[in-house]
Design a protein around this ligand. Structure first.
Ligand code: CP
Ligand code: NVA
Length: 306
């Protein structure tokens, strides 16, 4: 494994599967009260420049369950917020901590942080990627479908951080992937090209379309995310217009397989990217997906920090 988890592509297929297997084991142990203090005495710093419910709580509780502790570091309180360079922050925090989870805007910032830190850096969401969420998604899909290889995944919506990490992660583990986004909101070329490359290598199908129904046809898994991500609040109204027709609703579900599952990283905007009806009908998968953030991230923490 590399020192850091900055993007989904930092993990090979084998490493992804290794993390999922460890996550399953840790989930079993936690449910059965079997102690697993793999990170006794270790500290994780959690830097947040954006809001969070799931990421913050799952990392903090995860570290506690692993016998270590976690520090919530808001950029409003850190000197970073007053202009201290990331390079210096990285070198200082490396002296105190055993790992850092960071949620921020720019992917480049976490790369600079990683380059200047001697401890593992974990991406807890940037504008470009959300690898921890995708590990939880893969774990959830495997729980419901028993396998990953050969399944058809459809992502309906914005070509954003979730779409980028999902394309890489799903294709790498041998799933077919289709993405439907409005013309001006597709994933960027870098990720689309990488997706094509991985699909070719893994001998799976990758489709990019502007038709949600085409993408969802015969899908085993339907995934969506908000139309306006954190940092895009001002674009909310324009995006609601542009994403008209890209809702996960009964009509879309009718072309997927009968036993298709639905995932959403949450928070969801009901009646925008997903109807309340579909969300509630698939709430068991969606909230298992949320819970699995805890287990999947504990596996990442153990792999990187033990
Ligand atoms: N899915 C997710 O990352 O949720 P939070 O923004 O609440 O952390
Ligand atoms: N795409 C969303 C994901 C939130 C977990 C955002 O970046 O706001």
């Amino acid at each position: 494994m590399q020192k850091d988890l900055l993007k989904m592509d930092d993990l090979s297929k084998e490493e992804i599967l290794d993390i999922l297997n460890l996550a399953d084991q840790l989930k079993y142990e936690q449910k059965h009260g079997i102690e697993h203090h793999h990170l006794k005495g270790k500290s994780l710093g959690m830097i947040f420049e954006k809001s969070s419910t799931r990421t913050r709580v799952s990392f903090e509780v995860g570290m506690y369950q692993l016998g270590g502790n976690a520090l919530f570091l808001s950029n409003k309180d850190l000197q970073i917020g007053r202009g201290e360079p990331i390079q210096d922050t990285a070198r200082v925090l490396s002296r105190f901590l055993d790992g850092i989870m960071i949620r921020t805007y720019s992917q480049e910032d976490i790369e600079v942080l990683a380059k200047n830190s001697s401890i593992p850096i974990i991406n807890g969401l940037t504008d470009e990627e959300h690898p921890c969420q995708v590990l939880a998604d893969l774990m959830t899909i495997r729980e419901y479908k028993n396998i990953l290889e050969g399944l058809n995944v459809a992502f309906i919506g914005d070509g954003n951080n979730m779409a980028n990490s999902l394309m890489v992660g799903c294709l790498k583990v041998g799933m077919n992937f289709s993405i439907a986004s409005p013309e001006n909101y597709t994933a960027n070329e870098k990720y689309l090209n990488r997706a094509k490359e991985i699909a070719e290598k893994e001998n799976v199908k990758f489709t990019k379309t502007t038709s949600p129904l085409e993408a969802a046809k015969n899908a085993d898994v339907i995934i969506t995310d908000v139309w306006a991500s954190m940092g895009q609040e001002k674009e909310q109204l324009a995006r609601i217009k542009a994403f008209n027709g890209f809702q996960v609703n009964d009509n879309l579900m009718s072309v997927a397989k009968n036993d298709a599952i639905v995932l959403h990283c949450l928070p969801a905007h009901r009646e925008e990217e997903i109807t309340t009806k579909v969300l509630e009908e698939h709430s068991s998968e969606i909230f298992d997906e949320s819970e699995n953030r805890l287990h999947a991230q504990k596996a990442v923490l153990v792999k990187l920090m033990k």
